[in-house]
Design a protein around this ligand. Structure first.
Ligand code: UD1
Ligand code: F6R
Length: 365
């Protein structure tokens, strides 16, 4: 079933042009998006006081990537909840809330307990899942199947990018009654349709990521700095590295750099800075300058053509990625980091598809 690939994780990373296509199939129209599962509920969602995203691990990170464009296109405040933490705090969930549960398997215990809790509190419960017939799919009021195809590798890869795309379509559908954002919606819709070809393009970095991995093989730690649309990319890239390559890695908000993490910077610690084009670009340029002035060992992810804009001194390593609509850039930016985590794992001699101590579906609390 792995075909020409050595591991399922590798296959699933390379499958993304296809899985992104199937996520959008039949749902993307010139006039807008059509999500059969949400049609009847759009009015209720528009009237809600908050959207609360709930998930664990990679699924939580996907929701975090979606947060900025959901806020932008719907105007509804978005709250983020790690499922276990919502339960630990017994945090407030109201009848006026739309609670969106994100889960690849649809069977994660913490997420399902949080769903029971939100149902008891009277919220509208929406599921975003890859698994038709899963408990999440059955117990939510409505939802969207991401249709990414079966994911076997324990590390979630293609489900992450499809979850973000499903939530982009959700945001477009909920916001579709707003005339003021029509032009922006059109840009995002055409960005969505270009994603499969951009994903194919960025996958060509495979050999380069293998080479980068070989230069990091003996590092003890890897930091990833992102902000704005790509804060989630930093968290998710670091999660992939720690869970499969068994290397310590932290994703961080670049805006928090001066409030502690800067103390870690020296000439040995590798740091990936995500600095693709969006409204935060100039802020990331200055983060890079500050890291360089402390002799940081930088790997900068930037848009094609921006090498000298991000690193005028020429002393950083760069990962050049194709540009898409800014809010969809996380879908493209995570792919080289997935490849990096994959190659690091193989080169370090660890089990790619079955990382130590982990299970594909965490069905106990
Ligand atoms: C549905 C069909 C699809 C068909 C298409 C044609 C299914 C599973 N999907 O897709 O095969 O090609 O119509 O129009 O038969 N739901 C939840 N919670 C979730 C996810 C989904 O309640 O977490 C519900 C939805 O609200 C919907 C149903 O499950 O009622 C199917 O969802 P989805 O597959 O996303 O709907 P369509 O894309 O319309
Ligand atoms: C990371 C990973 C886990 C899952 C988490 C939630 O690669 O696979 O962090 O994302 O256990 O699982 P689902 O999405 O099935 O609820």
């Amino acid at each position: 079933k792995k075909g020409s690939y050595d591991h399922f994780m590798q296959k699933e990373i390379h499958e993304q042009p296809h899985s992104l296509t199937t996520t959008m199939r039949g749902r993307l129209k010139d006039s807008g998006v059509l999500l059969g599962g949400l049609k009847e509920y759009l009015k209720t969602i528009r009237r809600s006081r908050r959207v609360v995203f709930i998930g664990c691990g990679t699924s939580y990170n996907a929701a975090l990537a979606a947060r900025p464009f959901v806020e932008e296109l719907t105007g509804i405040p978005v709250a983020m909840e790690v499922a276990s933490d919502l339960l630990d705090r017994q945090g407030p969930i109201y009848r006026e809330d739309t609670a969106v549960f994100v889960s690849q398997s649809g069977e994660t215990a913490d997420t399902l307990f949080a769903l029971d809790y939100a149902l008891e509190n009277g919220a509208l419960c929406v599921g975003i899942t890859n698994t038709v017939g899963s408990t999440l799919s059955r117990k939510t009021h409505c939802g969207v199947h991401i249709n990414a195809g079966c994911e076997i590798g324990v590390a979630s890869t293609k489900a992450y990018t499809s979850q973000i795309v499903a939530m982009a379509m959700l945001a477009l559908a909920v916001g579709s009654d707003q005339i003021s954002t029509q032009a922006r919606r059109n840009v995002i819709i055409s960005g969505l349709s270009s994603l499969p070809s951009k994903a194919s393009e960025v996958l060509k970095l495979d050999a380069e990521m293998k080479e980068l991995a070989s230069s990091l093989i003996d590092s003890e730690s890897l930091l990833v700095f992102g902000r704005g649309y790509n804060y989630a990319t930093a968290l998710e890239g670091a999660l992939k590295v720690k869970e499969v390559a068994l290397m310590h890695s932290e994703g961080m908000l670049a805006g928090e750099m001066k409030h502690g993490p800067l103390a870690l910077v020296d000439e040995n610690l590798p740091i990936i800075v995500i600095a693709t084009r969006d409204a935060c670009f100039s802020k990331q340029q200055s983060v890079i300058q500050q890291l360089l002035s402390r002799k940081g060992r930088l790997i900068v992810m930037c848009s094609e053509g921006d090498t000298s804009a991000v690193c005028p001194s020429g002393s950083c390593r760069v990962i050049k990625v194709p540009e898409v609509a800014d809010c969809l850039q996380p879908v493209i930016n995570i792919i080289p980091l997935q490849l990096l985590a994959y190659h690091l794992t193989v080169l370090r001699g660890f089990d790619v598809d079955q990382p130590r101590n982990l299970a594909k579906s965490v069905t106990t609390q």
